[in-house]
Write a protein that binds this ligand. Structure first.
Ligand SMILES: Cc1cc2nc3c(=O)[nH]c(=O)nc-3n(C[C@H](O)[C@H](O)[C@H](O)COP(=O)(O)OP(=O)(O)OC[C@H]3O[C@@H](n4cnc5c(N)ncnc54)[C@H](O)[C@@H]3O)c2cc1C
Length: 564
């Protein structure tokens, strides 16, 4: 089975400790129970119990310490990080969030050459410390160039930092905060490790009402010593972007965890609810909604897993992950919204009840597309790769499934966040060829129509500068990359043909929908609109295949219920 079931943790790990981290985390939440999780959510209680447990069990020390800096079980291993993030999301986004912003805060530290801070960080992790990432400011969100936090030389080799940061998770209790600033004299960028217990640091407020503490903090003449500096100049700028590259991948896993728990709960409810003398799951539209939800969720997981392989295998010569990673960020998280929407249409009023997991999921699933770069920012990034992806493929070594116990060293040594136009990809076509299934074939035809449009009615310079047009085109391109990653993992995991074709039934419909949107954009030319019409296709129906997939879905109706 593709989906996580906490009652049957059967994912393979090369070491017992990794499996233990997952098992103990599940045990904590099952012992806490759904009622308490919900009560804490409603009361916006700071999750001290979870952080205390994580400290006792050394969860973050194992998961977030780079190899060589602490206990031998510590390594940055994206294979096991995937499941850890999935489990945290499964039980509640706040638990995931406090870990996630620690991941971000650790980014510039592990990327720096400041050995003393790195050693101290390993000690803090052992002691149960959490971390924070001070990048965003109130006035200018995604626009980092406008950073106002300033470091002014004091004349004695130190600096005085002044300014405020906004939306900074864990800013209330972090052991260290990685603060991004600009040097007043040279204009250089800088990351420095901020100790919230030192004079000059004030946690001003929590800007949200939630279990999360999303802080506004102020630095007023905060003394930055040379030994606090993590990175300067271009290296600091690159670390800001490269840290987001590492962190934003985890948002997909939060979505997958949330959707999986909500799926079990919604299906169980619908299968046991009787209307007009039949189960709700006997309605044909309900079967269709659950089947689509299941297909979307299975694809989300297989795509995110496959992307992890590319992230773990990345090198200066193979930066394909820079396309696949924003695809996970933008597409997996928005697919998560679709999954919840499908299921909420079925369970309707039940999804509002205060004692359900679903009520929380329906709210939290909305957050993930918006954080760490909005959908728009990520699509704008994705389209930069389109020309090389379609028209200049090269032979590159195939990337296997990466479940080995490696420390993902390259992620902390990604180099300049430039030169995206030079990144090349392997040809995506052969993996589609290897699946002789009706809806995969249809999707190939749609993709060929898109390629025809790009060649024969190439977007103009003006269109390339029109973000509204670009986003519509980017949705379609993203879908092709998403389908490629799904198929690569369907092959690796031996996913049965019925499910693969049913997933493509969904993808063919999505392709058509996006083609309609693109042809309707005001700046789309008549010739481009004609090509868009060629992309609209009707999926090949197969009642028997559909019936078999529905049976797989329905079989999960009693698979999991959280401890009350
Ligand atoms: C709960 C929560 C927790 C957070 N935690 C942290 C944290 O711990 N640390 C931290 O540093 N930050 C954190 N953030 C900040 C978060 O990353 C930003 O909200 C996010 O980057 C988007 O910025 P913004 O919301 O200010 O949108 P804006 O930057 O104001 O963007 C407005 C609009 O312009 C669009 N836009 C902007 N630039 C482009 C572009 N280049 N191309 C296309 N469209 C564009 C956006 O998509 C959006 O639609 C958090 C935010 C929240 C809400």
């Amino acid at each position: 089975m593709v989906l996580l079931n906490p009652l049957r943790l059967d994912r393979p790990y090369p070491d017992e400790r990794s499996a233990e981290v997952m098992r103990r985390t599940v045990e904590f939440f099952e012992a806490k129970g759904l009622a308490q999780v919900k009560e804490d959510d409603r009361a916006a209680v700071w999750y001290r119990d979870f952080l205390e447990f994580a400290r006792e069990e050394r969860l973050f020390a194992t998961m977030c310490t780079r190899a060589g800096y602490g206990a031998p079980d510590g390594r940055w291993d994206t294979w096991r990080i995937c499941e850890f993030a999935e489990i945290l999301g499964f039980y509640g986004l706040p638990y995931w969030y406090t870990w996630q912003v620690s991941v971000l805060g650790l980014g510039p530290i592990w990327m720096s050459d400041n050995e003393a801070v790195k050693q101290e960080t390993a000690r803090l992790l052992e002691k149960g410390g959490i971390f924070a990432y001070g990048l965003s400011e109130k006035a200018h969100g995604a626009d980092l160039y406008s950073t106002e936090m300033t470091m002014t030389p004091a004349g004695d080799g130190t600096w005085r930092a002044n300014g405020r940061k906004y939306y900074i998770g864990n800013g209330n209790e972090a052991a260290l905060v990685s603060t991004f600033a600009k040097m007043a004299d040279t204009g250089e960028w800088c990351f420095f490790a901020t100790d919230p217990t030192r004079p000059g640091y004030t946690c001003v407020q929590n800007v949200v009402h939630s279990q999360n503490f999303v802080a506004e903090y102020e630095l007023a003449d905060y003394v930055v010593r040379p030994e606090d500096i993590l990175l300067r100049g271009d290296a600091a700028w690159d670390a800001a972007l490269n840290t987001v590259n590492i962190g934003k991948f985890n948002l997909g896993w939060a979505s997958i965890g949330i959707c999986t728990h909500a799926f079990y709960e919604a299906l169980h409810h619908a299968a046991n609810r009787r209307l007009y003398g039949m189960a709700v799951t006997d309605f044909s539209h309900v079967k269709a909604l659950f089947t689509d939800a299941y297909c979307r969720l299975a694809a989300m997981k297989l795509v995110a897993l496959r992307t992890a392989d590319y992230m773990r295998s990345a090198s200066a010569d193979d930066r394909r992950y820079l396309l696949y990673n924003p695809v996970v960020k933008m597409k997996v998280t928005t697919q998560g919204e679709d999954v919840i929407n499908h299921m909420w249409d079925v369970i309707a009023a039940k999804g509002f009840e205060k004692d359900t997991y679903f009520e929380m999921a329906a709210r939290d699933i909305r957050a993930l597309p918006k954080l760490e770069g909005t959908v728009h920012v990520n699509i704008a990034l994705i389209v930069k790769f389109m020309e090389n992806y379609f028209f200049h493929p090269v032979a590159l070594p195939p990337v296997p499934r990466r479940d080995d116990p490696a420390d993902d060293e390259f992620l902390f040594n990604q180099g300049p966040a430039r030169g995206l136009g030079k990144i090349r990809f392997h040809d995506f076509r052969p993996i589609f060829e290897r699946f002789d299934l009706p809806n995969v074939r249809l999707f190939q035809e749609q993709t060929r129509a898109l390629e025809q449009m790009l060649m024969l009615a190439t977007p103009t310079k003006e269109q390339a500068a029109d973000v509204d047009f670009l986003l519509a085109l980017g949705e379609i391109f993203t879908l092709v990359v998403y389908a490629q990653l799904f198929l690569e993992n369907a092959e690796i995991y031996g996913v049965e043909a019925d499910l693969v074709d049913q997933v493509f039934d969904v993808l063919v419909r999505d392709f058509s929908r996006f083609a309609v949107i693109l042809q309707g954009k005001p700046t789309t030319t008549a010739a481009q609109a004609e090509h868009c019409l060629q992309m609209i296709r009707r999926p090949v129906p197969d009642p028997e295949r559909y019936g078999r997939v529905w049976q797989q879905v329905f079989a999960l109706r009693d698979a999991y219920t959280m401890n009350p």
